[in-house]
Write a protein that binds this ligand. Structure first.
Ligand code: BES
Ligand code: MN
Ligand code: ZN
Length: 498
């Protein structure tokens, strides 16, 4: 999508679709007033007839306005009673989503939007532009790689952002680009998540990283195979892929946009390309959804793409621990004891608690990058859905500042997370008669004890864990990957980039 910023008279903008915000107040202001004047009161007449619903984000499409260069004019209701009432950021995001919705329905090739005129609390025009373009990219998402007939693509190729004050032009253009970058990152995350697990294997993910390098040469990609991991004593990670024909992979992507000596942010994604549960096999109902068990990894790919496309001036390393969890004659059995790269021995009491087993070796391995902070992202526990539902990511951390920054980034991006404690009381639930640590801590506080397990390996750096089991995909008719938590992670990284 080609984004431009314009300060032109809205009546003279040649576009397929001109989008104007209006409130429920009869008197029009801003661009809507300009269009109303130029069209001899056309908008006032329409509004007087009550054709535009009073509901927030309601839209009305108008054609052939006299003296107006735009082919169509779309009115979008802020839902406020006065022109001067400010919207909350969440209310603006509903406007952005509805805006994306009408343009998609009209299948407009180009559009010009005046919604940055809306007054939004704690939102600059640049940040509003970001929300808008992110919503537009999200709305254009299609996943039909496995269908023999492809659906019609949505073809908004040109967007002009109307800016009433020239001084914002540069920042608005940048905000617009950021939204597209984040949107593209989400598309990558959704594509990988939605792919069938017989296609999206650990090897496929490794190839995807190499593909990404081709289009973004600033990435450095290295892939470890099972023999190389065995040499590094990654007995825990390898115990997960032991039952599968598919070999595990540890995929590392380094992006250096910052100073050569600046310590990187390291992202570690759980990439279990299918989780049958292993010998502790899962019930069959809904098991297809365990193809989404690599959505943490998918979000790492999405972030790496967005960071590289946007050329953020920071250093980021993305690491994906990819394995398939299958039962089989070589599979790990309950009670088996494995030795992790850290040297800690683990009693595998439940082979379905495999995410932590792949992550713990990755967490040990990445210390070599001398990270400033480490964030792992994982569809780790069903228990986090019981705690926080499908709205909020579970956050655990050994560092209050990092936890606070991620919480803030969640609020800012509307991709929210909420912290759970990993206090000593919970750590004590992890005790084994036979090894240093068991891989499960009982039913109570299942998400927390999973976080506690990971904390035993994240000892040498500031670390946070995001349990995205409840938010990474939708069930039911709209079944599919959401692209979360790419917006949260990008918000965090962009604010670090300053
Ligand atoms: N991938 C699952 C977690 C999961 C379950 C995500 C359902 C989304 C929906 C994970 O590997 C798992 O199986 N966790 C177990 C842990 C238990 C055995 C301690 C769980 O949550 O039941
Ligand atoms: Mn599992
Ligand atoms: Zn899993």
């Amino acid at each position: 999508m080609d984004i431009s910023v314009s300060n032109a008279d809205p009546a003279k903008i040649k576009t397929g679709c001109l989008v104007l915000p209006v409130s429920n107040q009869r008197k029009l202001t801003g661009s809507a007033a300009a269009i109303d004047n130029a069209s001899d009161g056309f908008l006032s007449d329409v509004l007087k007839q009550g054709d535009l619903s009073a509901k927030p984000a309601a839209t009305l499409t108008l054609h052939n306005l006299p003296n107006i260069s735009a082919k169509r004019v779309v009115l979008i209701n802020t839902g406020k009673s006065k022109n001067t009432d400010a919207l909350s950021a969440a209310e603006f995001e509903k406007i952005a989503a509805a805006h994306a919705g009408v343009l998609a329905e009209l299948n407009s090739k180009d559009a010009s939007s005046c919604v940055l005129e809306i007054d939004v609390d704690n939102r600059t025009p640049a940040r509003m532009a970001q929300s808008l373009t992110q919503a537009l990219v999200a709305r254009s998402y299609r996943f039909d790689m496995h269908k023999s007939k492809k659906s019609e693509p949505i073809t908004l190729t040109k967007l002009s952002l109307h800016c009433s004050d020239k001084k914002h032009n540069k920042s608005v253009a940048k905000g617009g680009e950021f939204g597209v970058g984040i949107g593209n990152g989400m598309q990558t995350a959704r594509d990988l998540g939605n792919m069938a697990a017989n296609v999206c294997t650990p090897t496929y993910l490794a190839d995807h990283a190499k593909q990404l390098k081709k289009s973004l040469p600033s990435l450095k990609v290295t892939v470890l195979n099972e023999a190389q991991m065995a040499k590094l004593n990654m007995g825990s990670l390898l115990s997960v892929s032991a039952g599968s024909e598919q070999e595990a992979r540890l995929i590392c992507m380094e992006y250096k946009g910052g100073k050569a000596n600046a310590k990187p942010v390291v992202l570690v994604g759980k990439g279990v390309t299918f989780d049958t549960g292993g010998i502790s096999i899962k019930p069959s109902a809904g098991m297809d959804e365990m193809k989404f068990d690599m959505c943490g990894a998918a979000s790492v790919f999405g972030v790496m793409r967005a960071v590289a496309e946007l050329k953020l001036p920071i250093n980021v390393v993305g690491v994906v621990a990819a394995a398939e969890n299958m039962p089989g004659s070589k599979a790990t059995k309950p009670g088996d004891i494995v030795t992790s790269m850290s040297g800690q021995t683990i009693e595998v009491l439940n082979t379905d608690a495999e995410g932590r087993l792949v992550l713990c070796d990755a967490l040990t391995y990445i210390a070599k990058y001398k990270p400033d902070v480490v964030i792992d992202i994982a569809t780790l526990t069903g228990a986090v859905i019981i705690a926080l539902g499908h709205h909020t990511t579970g956050l655990m951390s050994n560092d209050d500042t990092l936890a606070g920054d991620l919480y803030d980034a969640g609020i800012e991006s509307s991709d929210k997370c909420w912290r759970l404690p990993i206090w000593d009381e919970y750590q004590q639930q992890l005790s084994s008669n036979f090894a240093d640590i068991p891989n499960i801590g009982g039913r109570p506080a299942g998400s927390i004890t999973a976080g506690c397990f990971l904390s035993r390996f994240a000892t040498d750096y500031k670390w946070a864990h995001l349990d995205i089991a409840g938010v990474a995909w939708k069930q039911g008719a709209a079944k599919g990957a959401t692209g979360r938590p790419v917006p949260l992670l990008m918000e965090y990284l962009i604010s670090r980039a300053g």
